[in-house]
Design a protein. Structure first.
Lengths: 191, 191
DNA sequence: CGGGCCTTTGACTGGTTTCAACTTCTGTGG
DNA sequence: CCACAGAAGTTGAAACCAGTCAAAGGCCCG
């Protein structure tokens, strides 16, 4: 399903069919099974990943051995550890498929070559990162402005289908609290 | 001091002197007094700001009326509310000078025109946002992995000169806790 | 049908906030 | 250059949000 990528690019820049076919040659199509890792801590984040279908997550393991999810990437989102990807140095993170996912991967040097051949794509990625940067600002605002409980309710209201789709312990890991506490919050509402 | 901007751009892309002079015409040089607001909540974030000298901060006021700082921008950092800037819709944030600062501002339509005239600058801004995105990932990781107290010690170790430079209540607001608690943490160390 | 993973429940703990009072610093006008 | 007012920093007591630990129940998948 490279069609998703094409549509996504065309939301931001004009790109012809032939050009898109050439651009695609820089990518590798990967099918990731549920829980399969695309990146493991201490390895380099070799590729930038575009999610065609499914869902990936970026997480790390804290000093207590608990997985903490930094980001989810649903259809049409890009995901990478950009610190590691930019520098091509070892990462502190894991990237894992939450469910069976189809992913378009582009490694660092292909990325650079692709941008050289198609400078228009600089604009595309500028806009993608600008959006991601905006999303991070919003995320940090949320983390600071509301209690954990409120955070859950807001997230639940904003992404109800997604909350249904993922297991609770992953949601807890993303919202920054324990599964036990999430359970407690949910049962408050019912009563 | 537009020299700072020139140096910064040249770290990422090759740009000639004449081109830079033309690029500069899209900017407005602003001198911001300490505590002066460049953006106020409910207004649109009209410009993207490059800090030549001094320090800006991005913050919002939470429902309790407390200012929460999302980001600081020191020399050679860009700052804007990118949600508001991209959409040119009202912002939830304030941008304020922490100290007297010299700022290069470029408004949204100048930004677009400049990028049209100098497509190379798409690459520059792509890299700037990619770095910022990487920094946000790291920031969120920090917020999740360590206690507030540890957060302070890490920050203090990493940016000692900056901790000296800004008032404590701003640091507390950035690290996500109260000035009282920061005071307590600091005095633990001394004894 | 069974085992392991996920979720729930409850008691206890502690890091952090809140509030209020006090002290110290800073800068501005007389 | 001093005085003073407001801002910033400190201290301590009480309250609370959320974590930890442990044990039991539910549910998915082999």
């Amino acid at each position: 399903m490279s069609q998703n990528l094409k549509n996504h690019i065309q939301k931001f820049v004009d790109i012809g069919d032939q050009d898109f076919v050439k651009i695609l040659t820089y990518f590798t199509v990967t099918d990731a099974a549920k829980k399969q890792n695309l990146l493991v801590e201490a390895n380099t984040c070799k590729s930038n990943y575009f999610v065609s279908t499914g869902c990936l997550r970026l997480f790390f393991i804290n000093e207590k051995g608990v997985e903490q999810t930094i980001q989810f990437a649903l259809e049409n989102w890009w995901l990478a550890d950009y610190t590691s990807f930019s520098s091509q140095k070892p990462s502190d993170f894991y990237i894992q498929a939450v469910e069976r996912s189809e992913v378009l991967a582009i490694d660092f040097s292909s990325h650079e070559k692709m941008l050289q051949e198609f400078p228009k794509m600089e604009r595309y990625f500028r806009l993608v990162h600008q959006r991601a940067h905006a999303a991070s600002q919003f995320r940090i605002k949320s983390l600071y402005s509301v209690s954990r409980e409120e955070l859950y309710h807001q997230f639940n209201k904003r992404y109800p289908e997604f909350v249904q789709r993922i297991p609770q312990y992953l949601l807890a890991s993303f919202l920054g609290f324990t599964p036990e506490y999430l359970s407690e919050i949910r049962n408050k509402r019912i009563s």
